[in-house]
Design a protein around this ligand. Structure first.
Ligand code: ITT
Ligand code: CA
Length: 500
């Protein structure tokens, strides 16, 4: 027997049967894995869009949201891809020229027309939600507010989107949708994690919304909103204080200081050296301040800054009422508020103001924050202007008041303590989306957050393909071993030496 022949006999791989089995096996495995990969490959992403206009008291902003087309109504991640700030004031300021309110939205709408792909235009929902500015105009002059909505609706319908209407949000909706936005973006809802409270400070109203374990909604049902989201039940406490946005609060504080109708109002909330002549009429226009109008006011007054934080805090406190509460506990003005609980995200003017003042770090002790504000308020006005030549003068003049108002609202109003102050995070954006009510509003109206947790495949795509491949290879090896185990039973090959 030659050595070559002996080797051939010992190595079954060299037999034609084994070679064929191996080739077929390898082809089968490659085919199996290829089919699995192709079949389960994520489809080329297509996106859907939604547009929300936030018609606030001080200005209007347009937001474009985007999400993967095949994932709406369940796990799809909705993201803000663009925002546009409308030039000019909020729509409620156009009460005497409503057509201009519609006209003012044109530039941002044209931008949206360019940014949303043409073939998606007709299916892209477009919403306009108005907040405290229009709430106040509606109280003051409902026919004027109707005319503004008419003009705004006419203007928006000229665009190729799917216009879903313009309306005033209730304070409850504004608070609740702000809370939904923050918790959706933080992925807290889908995962059933402890939620983050939402603090929104606008120009004309302010909202506080949070979940508290010892609040079941029964004590003050009008402050309660219940949700079932991704299989979890939430009992949300929310309240919106009309007139307690920072512009209206400034007006109320100043009106309170000027209640005797003096020729000069010495204001501790403005910097020393600040002086301006203002019309008494602007101090008393609108429902938040009209009842504070003095009997016989002069036409104008000189507004003079004193720069005193502690006195400013006292003046601000005078616009809060802490004397009555028919519930177990209240924030202010007789409004029920359960015990504060959990982390809070504070956005809009909370962020603008604290960011300017360099006070967004809430690990700094509250007393240190107050000291810093005290020094800022006492800084002369001409020095402030020199230090910040690029900041809008109206904002610049008001940061001392705004900072004092924020600290007073949080501590005296909502009862945050030196300890719980650090539970607050001043935020502007979460990932790429602005914190605010608009995203929550759209998610709700498009039914994008399901009540129950959607079933998702137990394995991610890569894991699924890997496991499939490993099992296929194992099966193939088993098959080969099985074939080999049958080898002794194979008929002897004719190449065996013949014994004659
Ligand atoms: O919610 P409502 O009450 O309707 O008001 P809004 O939506 O118009 O209110 P914003 O949050 O947009 O702004 C809140 C306030 O902050 C002011 N503001 C905006 N940007 C600011 C900045 O950079 N610095 C200081 N204040 C700013 C703005 O004029 C308002 O008075
Ligand atoms: Ca707002």
């Amino acid at each position: 027997m030659s050595a070559q022949r002996e080797m051939k006999e010992k190595n079954p791989w060299q037999t034609p049967v084994m070679i064929i089995i191996t080739v077929i096996g390898v082809i089968a495995i490659v085919a199996l894995v290829t089919v699995a990969v192709l079949q389960n490959r994520p489809l080329l992403q297509k996106y859907k869009y939604g547009i929300v206009l936030d018609a606030g008291s001080s200005h209007t902003a347009l937001y474009i949201y985007e999400w993967p087309a095949e994932k709406d109504n369940n796990t799809g991640r909705v993201e803000q891809t663009h925002s546009c700030k409308v030039k000019g004031p909020g729509i409620s300021s156009y009460a005497s020229a409503p057509l201009e309110a519609g006209e003012s939205l044109r530039a941002c709408m044209q931008e949206a027309e360019k940014l949303v792909p043409g073939k998606r235009h007709h299916e892209t929902p477009l919403y306009l939600g108005a907040t405290a500015g229009m709430r106040l105009l509606n109280i003051e002059n409902s026919s004027a507010s109707d005319k503004v909505f008419q003009a705004v609706g006419d203007a928006l319908q000229k665009f190729p989107f799917s216009y879903q209407g313009a309306r005033i949000l209730s304070g409850q909706e504004e608070g609740a949708f702000g809370w939904v936005t923050v918790n959706y973006l933080d992925d807290r809802l889908k995962q059933g994690l402890e939620t983050t409270g939402a603090l929104d400070l606008g120009g004309a109203s302010t909202q506080i919304s949070f979940v508290s374990n010892n609040y079941d909604g029964s004590e003050s049902p009008r402050n309660s909103v219940t949700f079932r989201l991704y299989g979890n039940d939430y009992n949300l406490y929310t309240h919106s204080f009309l007139c307690y946005g920072k512009d209206q609060a400034l007006k109320m504080t100043l009106a309170q200081m000027a209640k005797e109708g003096p020729a000069t109002v010495f204001d501790p909330c403005f910097h020393p050296g600040y002086t301006a002549t203002k019309n008494y009429s602007i101090l008393y226009d609108g429902p938040c301040v009209s009842d504070r109008k003095p009997q016989a006011a002069l036409a104008t007054f000189t507004h003079t800054g004193k720069g005193n934080f502690l006195q400013c805090q006292e003046a601000v406190k005078s616009v809060f009422n802490f004397t009555y509460c028919k519930y177990s506990r209240c924030s202010f003005n007789g409004v029920f508020q359960p015990l504060l609980q959990g982390p809070f995200g504070a956005f809009s003017a909370y962020y603008f103001v604290m960011n300017f003042l360099n006070l967004t770090d809430t690990s700094i002790p509250l007393e240190t924050v107050k000291d810093s504000l005290k020094r800022y308020c006492a800084t002369p006005w001409n020095q402030i202007m020199l230090l910040h030549p690029d900041v809008k003068l109206k904002y610049l003049a008001e940061y001392c008041f705004s900072g004092t108002y924020i600290l007073t609202l949080l501590t005296e109003g909502y009862n945050f303590t030196s300890k719980s102050y650090s539970d607050i995070k001043f935020i502007k954006k979460i990932k790429s989306s602005d914190a605010g009510w608009t995203l929550g509003y759209m998610l709700n109206l498009t039914n994008m957050i399901p009540a129950e947790n959607p079933d998702s495949p137990p394995l991610p795509h890569v894991g699924y393909v890997s496991i499939l491949s490993v099992i296929a290879v194992l099966l193939f090896i088993l098959f080969i071993l099985f074939i080999l185990s049958l080898r002794p039973l194979w008929p002897r090959c004719s190449k065996q030496p013949q014994i004659v």
